[in-house]
Design a protein around this ligand. Structure first.
Ligand SMILES: [Fe+2]
Ligand SMILES: [Fe+2]
Length: 193
């Protein structure tokens, strides 16, 4: 049975927050033990966020969900505006992090602190964003949107697959999936803690 849009959104949030929390766990480690593997996993995580949440999840919220909620609950406009600003910033922020990670990997430990600080700020930014959607937006959407709104949202959110959120195995993402899940620590992965 295809999952309804609301469930897809929540599952995708859960997948991203697991990746973000794993990323923080990674930062507690010492990359010198297995530097290649260490940077490989972090790179795969940032690539995942750029490829799925940024390009699939956010646009569907911005293009479909937000306008519908704004129509039935205009009092939420300031919140929607803030969330929209986050979406606008998101892609640049994750690209910037990918650059800072490469700088650390290729230029050495002198660049570590800059990456770490930016990564922590990014995780905070992203978790706050999803929390706001889940606590302030989704409950209102659930209450006020019509059946035909939901039919449209279901079709849109069912049309893409986030390989970490859908629970379905798509061979196209095997390499990415393996890197993140087999090598990263919990909560997303099964790699060594
Ligand atoms: Fe969002
Ligand atoms: Fe979201």
């Amino acid at each position: 049975m295809p999952r309804p849009a609301l469930q897809v959104i929540r599952d995708e949030h859960a997948a991203v927050s697991a990746v973000l929390r794993s990323m923080l766990q990674m930062l507690e480690r010492d990359p010198d033990e297995q530097p290649e593997r260490f940077f490989d996993v972090l790179r795969a995580m940032l690539f995942y966020i750029d490829e799925f949440p940024e390009r699939l999840h956010h646009p569907k919220e911005s293009d479909l969900l937000f306008p519908k909620v704004a129509r039935v609950a205009p009092e939420l406009l300031p919140v929607i505006q803030r969330l929209e600003d986050d979406h606008m910033q998101g892609e640049n922020r994750v690209r910037e992090l990918q650059h800072l990670l490469l700088a650390w990997e290729l230029l050495g430990d002198g660049r570590r602190a800059t990456f770490e600080e930016a990564a922590r700020r990014y995780v905070e930014f992203y978790l706050t964003h999803m929390r706001t959607e889940e606590t302030q937006l989704l409950p209102v959407a659930q209450q006020k949107l019509s059946e035909s709104d939901w039919a449209q949202l279901n079709t849109a959110f069912q049309a893409h697959h986030d390989p970490l959120a859908s629970g379905e195995r798509d061979p196209a993402y095997d390499r990415l999936f393996t890197r993140i899940v087999m090598r990263a620590p919990a909560p997303i992965g099964v790699g060594p803690a």
